[in-house]
Design a binder for this molecule. Structure first.
Ligand code: GLN
Length: 453
């Protein structure tokens, strides 16, 4: 069902962990039958999409790119994927990602890294597609799929979108149900669409969002018709430019593209205002305490009893089985997060790290609320650089974490944020700009994104 060019591209990029052409064809056949029967068609009718392999898909292997879940076929379907199938979409396959969505380059996958379809001119070094939704970004950028799902805990939709020249939106925390999405950091995890442009993102988000009683943090709000209300006319709107994001020694191309974005928003009628988000510099350390803390708790369930892998050494007891299974099943980055997380939650350090991080999280959220008394949206770069080469940061976790410096603040505050392609760096690689909006104002974010793209 996949043509030769697609198979060749998949071989080169490793974007999919499994492909499911039969599932996609069955969905298309159902749309055809519905159309022939005169039944109303859904918003995503006939659109084949890639599904990040963090969403549970009934009867189809769901791995979170970890050995510990290899071969796991859920009995249930995640709410978000079910909504997409109900809207007429079909599944091309499960997309590669950083293991348990922990990473910024897709190199922590147990199924091999994804390769970006982009290259620097006269340079064959394979580039990172970003992460953790690197299979999604590579598949959409290489035209293997018109759209894909992503999840974003600290930037995993926005940064890979920026690295590959596509669009992606993380909606307000709670817009998309987390039910059936493999949990990383539950107070931060949010699903969203990754697609070629803002309009496609708006349509796909309408299909994905909505209240779900099975997720206690799901927002009980109607889903607006964002695509119908899209407008790049920003007259009367105020755009904030946060001075703390203009880092010393900032990449010159990132700074230039940011200035160009400011000019485009002015051209679209917006008033541009300098704002301050004073606690920005604490966002990265705060995130790298809270996210691992929640992860260490969420990952306790992978014990060799309930899911996938079981390593039961000869004559071993239960504790040995837990230890052997987790030692064999989790990758290095996942183990590092579990160690950090258990450390910051341990009795002697809880107040010094976890409680403190929660307090700072409140201050970061308050910075945004104060800024949004003055402005409608905020414009900033998505990431500090264009895509880096595979291997460039993989031995240095801190360098990798620094890549998330612009994306984690909006995650900690639970705000909608979008990356749109905005220009190229000196090597011809895509750079993204990020629009951050008020809680529940995906429309404002999408409209500013439309004015930039
Ligand atoms: N890069 C960040 C991390 O490794 C964000 C990941 C994500 O959003 N899932 O935690």
């Amino acid at each position: 069902a996949f043509n030769a060019a697609v198979v060749q591209a998949q071989d080169a990029l490793n974007a999919f962990i499994v492909t499911t052409p039969d599932v996609a064809l069955a969905a298309a056949a159902k749309v055809d039958a519905d159309r022939a029967a005169g039944k109303p068609l859904g918003k995503m009718a006939g659109v084949p999409i890639g599904m990040k392999d963090l969403f549970a898909t009934q009867g189809v292997q769901t791995t979170a790119a970890s050995k510990i879940l290899e071969g796991f076929k859920p009995e249930y379907e995640s709410t978000v994927s079910q909504k997409l199938w109900d809207a007429g979409a079909g599944m091309l396959g499960k997309l590669n990602l950083d293991q348990f969505a922990m990473g910024s380059s897709n190199e922590t996958s147990a199924f091999g890294n994804v390769v970006s379809p982009w290259r620097r001119p006269n340079d064959t070094a394979p580039l990172a597609p970003g992460g953790s939704s690197g299979g999604s970004s590579a598949a959409v950028a290489a035209r293997l799929a018109p759209a894909a799902t992503g999840t974003d805990t600290g930037g995993s939709i926005r940064q890979p979108a920026a690295f590959t020249g596509i669009s992606g939106i993380k909606p307000t925390y709670g817009r998309c149900s987390r039910w059936g999405v493999v949990a990383f950091a539950s107070s931060l995890d949010q699903a969203g669409p990754m697609a070629r442009d803002v309009t496609d993102c708006a349509i796909m988000l309408e299909a994905m969002a909505g209240f779900d009683p099975k997720d206690s943090t799901s927002l009980d709000l109607p889903v607006p018709d964002w695509s119908a209300a899209l407008s790049s006319d920003l007259r009367g709107k105020k755009v904030g430019i946060p001075r703390e994001y203009r880092l010393d020694g900032m990449d010159a191309d990132v700074a230039r593209v940011w200035d160009e974005g400011i000019a485009w928003l002015k051209d679209a009628g917006a008033e541009v205002i300098d704002i301050s988000l004073p606690h920005t510099k604490y966002a990265l350390p705060t995130y790298y305490i809270i996210a691992p803390a929640e992860a260490s708790s969420n990952l306790a369930r992978y014990d060799g009893v309930r899911y996938g892998l079981r390593d039961l050494p000869q004559g071993a007891g239960l504790q040995d089985m837990y230890a052997a299974t987790r030692a064999a099943g989790f990758g290095d980055e996942v183990k590092r997060r579990i160690l950090i997380g258990t450390y910051v939650l341990s009795a002697g350090f809880y107040d010094a790290y976890y409680t403190q991080a929660q307090k700072v999280r409140t201050l970061i959220a308050r910075d945004f609320s104060q800024a949004f008394e003055q402005v409608d949206v905020i414009l900033a770069p998505t990431a500090p650089t264009a895509a880096f080469a595979l291997g460039e940061n993989s031995d240095d976790p801190l360098a990798m974490y620094l890549n998330d410096v612009f994306s984690v603040p909006a995650s900690l505050a639970g705000l909608p944020a979008m990356s749109v392609p905005a220009g190229l760096d000196r090597n011809g690689l895509p750079l993204g700009l990020q629009v951050i909006g008020k809680a529940f104002d995906e429309q404002g974010v999408l409209n500013a994104g439309l004015a930039i793209e």
